[in-house]
Design a protein around this ligand. Structure first.
Ligand code: AMP
Length: 292
């Protein structure tokens, strides 16, 4: 594996068609599983970027404490089969305070839109990665359903010739979705409210439940029972993120909740003739997120 610190190095190091996996580092098994999705696109080079993007954080304290360990990430990426690791400095990514930025428009407003400017920051950095690295495909985890919706529209609206490849959510054996922020969790029971609620709603949906509010209520109740503080439980269209009343293919049931100091998000996708994509469970607890 080669490590590139500048856009120029990354471009000259990569051969042929590139499948890009954008990350903020602090890698865990969920990130590493994205390498399999990238490989399935049959690229010449699997490239992973590691960059903690300051302009997508609305809370300076969150940016400050976001876990960073490039040495560890380099070893993990190499072992997972990444060909080129692109790890730019903030100065390489933003030689000047960016004046021209990309807006996620209305897709940036609902749900995680409460993090002010978050999706404009995401759309801007992903645009820079696409422009500067010229991948032919890029992988994004379904765990961040709103991000997938934003990026899908970004490639259409800005005419990037990039195939967007969504990847399933990887979970701990007990259901908790892997996240770099799980290292800060001190209330695992509270955290499990999200996946428990989603799985209960998924079971009900596969059993014939169609009412969106009823599905949302199942999630909200599980989160409350676990002692976490619900921010939202919403059934939305996966592409437009608009609320929907009835469960159907192409919808996503999304949840966000505060668990102690940590804000968690999770979701399930309804997309296979009424079956629900809950993601994939690890068979053994993650060794990379301090969980288990
Ligand atoms: P992050 O480093 O948190 O910005 O995430 C980088 C990429 O990994 C994004 O596309 C995320 O959606 C994806 N990702 C994060 N956690 C998971 C997970 N548990 N399962 C699958 N993909 C994930």
């Amino acid at each position: 594996m080669r490590v590139a610190r500048t856009f120029g190095e990354a471009r000259t190091t990569a051969d042929g068609r590139v499948a890009l996996i954008p990350t903020m580092g602090a890698l865990h098994e969920g990130h590493l599983a994205l390498v399999d999705t990238a490989r399935a696109a049959d690229p010449d080079t699997v490239m992973m970027s590691v960059f903690v993007n300051p302009i997508q954080f609305d809370d300076p304290a969150d940016l400050e404490r976001y876990p960073r360990d490039l040495e560890r990430d380099t070893a993990l990426a190499e072992a997972a089969g990444v060909g080129v690791l692109f790890a730019p400095s903030v100065e390489e990514m933003y030689p000047q305070e960016p004046v021209v930025r990309v807006s996620a428009g209305p897709l940036g407003e609902p749900m995680e839109g409460r993090r002010k400017g978050h999706f404009d920051g995401v759309a801007t950095v992903v645009t820079k990665l696409f422009a500067g690295l010229q991948p032919s495909a890029a992988v994004f985890g379904r765990k961040d359903a709103q991000q997938v919706a934003v990026i899908r529209r970004l490639v259409v609206d800005l005419s990037f010739p990039v195939r967007v490849l969504p990847a399933p959510t990887l979970r701990e054996p007990d259901g908790l979705a892997l996240s770099s922020r799980n290292v800060f969790l001190d209330d695992r029971e509270g955290a499990l409210g999200l996946s428990r609620g989603l799985f209960a709603a998924a079971d009900a949906i596969e059993g014939g439940l169609e009412d969106g509010s009823a599905a949302e209520a199942i999630v909200a109740e599980a989160v409350a029972d676990a002692g976490a503080q619900l921010h939202y439980a919403s059934l939305v269209d996966a592409a437009t993120l608009e609320p929907v009343d009835r469960v159907r293919d192409g919808t996503v049931l999304a949840v966000a909740a505060q668990v102690g100091e940590v804000r968690l998000i999770d979701n399930v996708h309804i997309d296979g003739d009424g079956t629900v994509d809950r993601g994939r469970l690890l068979t053994r607890p993650s060794t990379l997120t301090g969980g288990g």
